[in-house]
Structure formats: structure tokens, C-alpha cells
Ligand binder design. Structure first.
Ligand code: GLP
Length: 241
């Protein structure tokens, strides 16, 4: 595991963006695994800026998002579909038929998970972007999720709902369920870039780097992957010293 610590979020985001831009320039048909949340926002801004200035093209890139809330219409302001459109896809030349985001409003969620898994098996993710929850979740793989899990329906941890309530008008509006890539899907990516900032993430980062792998801290599964790069600010890295 490679650990990079940055003194500013801007530098962190540029360094992370560079890895993706190099990949897309060298391999225009790359497959990217993408994440939502506040952590990758700076990365997406850098990708947009580079697209504007250097014209890096995403026309042939395929993307797979990690997860989606259950029960939010894709046009709901807090759906991960809306997040990706507003924060990245509306601003680059990606072909929307190459964009994959799980459908949390599918009538048959089990079938939706099975279909998404099939796609993930067909298109091997080159680079997976990850954030991390304060409880160590990756995607929406909450504590207790087996490391061999694939795409599945999850009941969100109360801590996760509280953490994400800041995006909704009240905690009651935060969905109780989500569908998410499983840990096995995430570990299948060739390379993983994980972004974490702030003191709130320091304990999860400590377990990820120094802890014994355990489903109680889902991100510790990343210790089994041989190409993981952590992009941290000083606060997120503060317990590593
Ligand atoms: C959400 C997402 C995760 C994300 C995490 C951290 O619950 N499902 O993919 O990594 O929370 O979010 P943030 O980056 O806003 O702290």
C-alpha cells in the first residue's frame, strides 16, 4: 500500500487526478470505477479542468459507480446519479451509454444487483476511486460485510445515515437502504485510489493501514490488494505516526 500525505486538498486532488488522466490518455478505452461523497469532489474538478484545458477525452471510457441509495429517483437531488451528472459527467465528453450507476429504484433489486455484477465481470475496472466512511465502510459495505461479497442490498449503518444527513434536510430523509458493489468487486479492480481527508477519517485510516484485516473495518480488506494508493491530508493521516 502506498501512502501519500498532502498539505492541501488541492494538491491531493491534482495528484490523484494525474493518475487517472495518465491512464485515460494512455488507454482511451479504460474502465473507471467511481465514487460519490465529498472526498472525490476535488478530483472531479481537476478532471474537468484538464478536459477543458488539455482536451483529455472520455468518449471511449466506461464508468461504473460503486453504489446508490434505494428509493431515490435518479433525478432526486441527492441521488448518486444526480451527483455524478452534476459533478463530472455533464462537464466532460463521456458517452452516457458508457456510464453505469446502479438503479436504486429497480423493481427487482436482486436482479439489478445480479445484472450489475455481470457487467462488472465483463468489464474489468482499471482504476477504482474510493472514499471511506468514518466507520471504515467502502462503497456502502458497512461493518460486518464479508470480504467475498459482491453487489448487494445493504441496510445502512446509523452512523453512516447520520454522517450523510448533512446532504438532506433531516436524518429522516436519508434512505435506510442502498445497493453497493461488494468488497470482492472492489478488490477486483487493477488499481485502487482511496481519498480521505479530515480528523473524522483518521481512525478508519489507522485501521486500514495498521489494523488486522477484519470485516468490522471493511476497508482493511484493501490490505489484500497489491496496488492501493492512499491520498490523505494530514488530519486523516494523523494517527499513522
Ligand atoms: C458515502 C459513500 C461512500 C463514501 C463515504 C464517505 O456513504 N457511499 O462511497 O466514500 O460516504 O463520504 P465523504 O467523502 O463525503 O466523507
Amino acid at each position: 500500500m502506498e501512502i501519500k500525505v498532502f498539505s492541501s486538498y488541492k494538491e491531493l486532488s491534482s495528484a490523484c487526478a494525474k493518475v487517472i488522466i495518465d491512464q485515460v490518455r494512455n488507454f482511451p478505452r479504460s474502465v473507471l470505477g467511481l465514487a460519490t461523497g465529498s472526498s472525490p469532489l476535488g478530483l472531479y474538478q481537476e478532471l474537468i479542468r484538464d478536459h477543458d484545458v488539455n482536451h483529455t477525452s472520455y468518449k471511449e471510457v466506461k464508468t461504473f459507480n460503486l453504489d446508490e441509495y434505494v428509493g431515490l429517483d435518479k433525478n432526486h437531488p441527492q441521488s448518486y446519479y444526480t451527483f455524478m451528472m452534476e459533478n463530472l459527467f455533464n462537464h466532460i465528453d463521456i458517452d452516457l451509454s458508457n456510464v453505469h450507476i446502479p438503479n436504486g429504484c429497480a423493481f427487482d433489486l436482486e436482479q439489478e444487483c445480479a445484472n450489475y455484477n455481470q457487467l462488472l465481470e465483463k468489464y474489468h475496472i482499471d482504476i477504482q476511486v474510493l472514499g471511506i466512511g468514518a466507520n471504515g465502510h467502502i462503497g456502502f459495505n458497512e461493518p460486518g460485510t464479508p470480504f467475498d461479497s459482491t453487489m448487494h442490498l445493504v441496510k445502512l449503518d446509523e452512523k453512516t445515515r447520520r454522517d450523510n444527513a448533512r446532504f438532506f434536510s433531516s436524518i429522516a430523509e436519508v434512505p435506510e437502504y442502498a445497493i453497493t458493489m461488494g468488497i470482492k468487486n472492489i478488490l477486483s479492480a487493477k488499481k485502487i485510489l482511496l481519498i480521505a481527508t479530515g480528523k473524522n477519517k483518521s481512525e478508519a485510516i489507522f485501521h486500514l493501514v495498521k489494523g488486522t484485516p477484519t470485516p468490522e473495518w471493511p476497508a482493511t480488506a484493501l490490505q489484500y490488494h497489491d496496488d492501493v494508493v492512499l491520498f490523505l491530508d494530514e488530519e486523516a493521516a494523523s494517527l499513522l505516526k
